[in-house]
Write a protein that binds this ligand. Sequence first.
Ligand SMILES: Nc1ncnc2c1ncn2[C@@H]1O[C@H](COP(=O)(O)OP(=O)(O)OP(=O)(O)O)[C@@H](O)[C@H]1O
Length: 270
Amino acid sequence: MALLEVRDLTMKFGSLLANSDVSFDVEKGTIVGLIGPNGAGKTTLFNCVAGLYTPTAGKVFFKGEDVTDLPAYKMARRGVARTFQVVRPLKEMTVFENILVGAYMRTGDSAKAKEIAERCLELCFLGEHRCRLAGGLTIGNKKRLEVARALATEPELLLLDEAVAGLTSTEVREMVEVIVRLREEGITILMVEHIMEAIMPIADKIVVLASGKKIAEGAPADIVKDPVVITAYFGEKFSKRINEHKADAPAENSDVHAEREQGTAHKEGI
Ligand SMILES: Nc1ncnc2c1ncn2[C@@H]1O[C@H](COP(=O)(O)OP(=O)(O)OP(=O)(O)O)[C@@H](O)[C@H]1O
């Protein structure tokens, strides 16, 4: 049994079909990337899984239990945490205090909460910033703080919504290192990502959405060669480049920056 099972999920906003009959599994201990063009329905799917939206049709199972109708706070208690595309730290609080807020969602015991927060601080490479006010951090540190806060709720499944968007190539590498560490800690990760150099080297599986539908699912090496995905999302040039890319880590700079500036890696952009 997979940790997360999405079955025939459909989400409508009025007459707009944001997700249409989407099904896939996320196995425990894996990193799954959710990719696709702007407006493909990735964030909507995240919101359905996290309990922010109730899908119009279809089911979501977490650890074999039907959680389709559970609100976000109940999903958080069951072990599903998420980060948002636009980070919103508690600016007037320190980095450590921000993480503590997350830890207190899991426990009322302050010694235990501090212990959890210390661990998350270290896992997200934020130790040297612990006493700084969150509002004054660089975007790279703010994004890792967002992950640390979610992590402090001790999730089994972490949903990352564009965790590396807007980051420099060095910051992308730091975030990728954090994500790989989390998988080593046994945390399962489902991440929406446009920056292929970040997701392709670390994902165990990629799910591709376009116009609300799943158009492909498979190993990154197969996805980059899939003609349907190339047409709908990558474009030939991008696909050729990523196939040639020998990275075991994100690209040094220019490629990642190019995508960051364009905001996407879709077909006309590369
Ligand atoms: N709350 C909402 N009300 C109405 N329409 C919405 C709502 N949220 C999303 N949509 C629409 O649903 C479709 C899918 O949007 P969604 O944000 O899920 O796509 P996405 O793949 O995450 O895009 P991006 O990569 O740009 O973040 C879009 O047409 C969007 O305008």
